[in-house]
Design a protein around this ligand. Structure first.
Ligand code: GDP
Ligand code: CA
Length: 313
């Protein structure tokens, strides 16, 4: 039996994780998710990327946005606005229930890993979803216009408009992988870095103690979140440009250079294959846009087959 770990952020990561989950059993696939986006809002502990992955795997996600719940209502948020409360973060009524229950569990002393496992069971998620750490890691985005912003303020309140000058992960030095995440990573054969934002979704996971050294013993394949120099959604391309790097699939491959052996890029970026080869990475070009369930599953299968082919012996 092969064992695969997928590293994921939110929307892009969740889509490939869903595809992988159609192919691999719960004993074969574990998904480790970024928690750098987590924050406390209105007294609630919110884990946006973990929730996006869980809702997607449970087939509960809103297909239009990729995040949040399908069939969502917004009564509470509307009333909160009337009351003059902070209404910048989109909290639907169904989504709120999850945050209430998670916050309650954490207040009872549960770890985020245990709370996620419990909530996954309740939502009917079959595969194991693990927050990257049970310690608090908080992504902070340094910006020209608004100074240092907690990630959700940068992302949601200011719509990623401020110019990024850097990113830091507060608490990362004292965070460690949960026992479950550590075991899953150590026991797996293949690690797939999902097409998530390299700056703020994948970096926090990779920067956790021991992750790089465990990855160095595995076959690691990344899927590009950049297609034709653009992001499908979100600020990744803008972040590359603001950090002085021309956004491209090759730029993503170079960022992961010391971590990966294989890189899946889109057919439209085929001309970058030579550049990627020169970094010592094996490129593989396919259609990487996951516009529906069948393209999610197809990309997952192609990525898995590619990883098998280049697997370290
Ligand atoms: P977030 O945490 O919700 O921002 O989501 P992620 O970090 O997991 O994913 C954001 C990235 O996913 C963006 O850079 C998108 O370009 C990428 N993405 C979204 N959908 C797709 C897709 O269908 N194919 C590929 N290759 N990338 C995608
Ligand atoms: Ca995210």
């Amino acid at each position: 039996m092969k064992k695969v770990v997928a590293l994921a952020g939110g929307v892009g990561g969740a889509k490939l994780a869903w595809g992988l989950a159609q192919i691999l059993s719960k004993d074969e696939l574990t998904i480790i998710v970024n928690t750098g986006d987590d924050f406390t809002h209105l007294g609630l502990d919110i884990s946006p990327d973990v929730d996006t992955v869980c809702y997607t795997l449970a087939n509960l996600a809103n297909p239009e946005t990729g995040w949040g719940r399908q069939g969502e209502s917004w009564n509470c948020l509307g009333e909160l606005k009337e009351l003059g409360g902070p209404d910048w973060f989109n909290l639907g009524d169904l989504d709120l229930a999850l945050h209430l229950e998670r916050t309650f569990l954490l207040q009872q002393g549960w770890s985020l890993t245990a709370a996620t496992k419990y909530l996954c069971e309740k939502m009917g998620v079959v595969h194991v979803v693990l927050p990257m750490s049970d310690q608090q890691v908080r992504t902070l985005v340094s910006t020209v216009e608004r100074g240092v912003l907690p990630f959700q303020e940068y992302f949601v309140k200011y719509h990623c408009e401020p110019t990024m000058t850097g990113v830091q992960f507060q608490g990362i030095e004292s965070a460690f992988l949960s026992e479950q995440a550590s075991t899953a990573l150590k026991e797996c054969d293949i690690v797939i870095i999902c097409p998530s934002n390299p700056w703020v979704s994948i970096s926090p996971i990779i920067e956790i103690k021991d992750v790089k050294s465990i990855l160095s013993t595995k076959t690691v394949v990344a899927v590009s979140p950049i297609i034709g120099g653009k992001t499908v959604k979100g600020p990744a391309a803008k972040m590359y440009a603001e950090m002085g790097i021309v956004p491209s699939a090759a730029a993503v491959a170079e960022q992961y250079e010391r971590l990966i052996q294989g890189f899946v890029l889109d057919i439209v970026d085929e001309d970058q294959m030579q550049q990627i080869r020169q970094c010592g990475i094996i490129p593989f070009a396919v259609n990487t846009l996951m516009s529906d369930n069948s393209t999610r599953e197809k990309l997952a299968r192609e990525t898995l087959d590619f990883a098998e082919r280049i697997k370290k012996v």
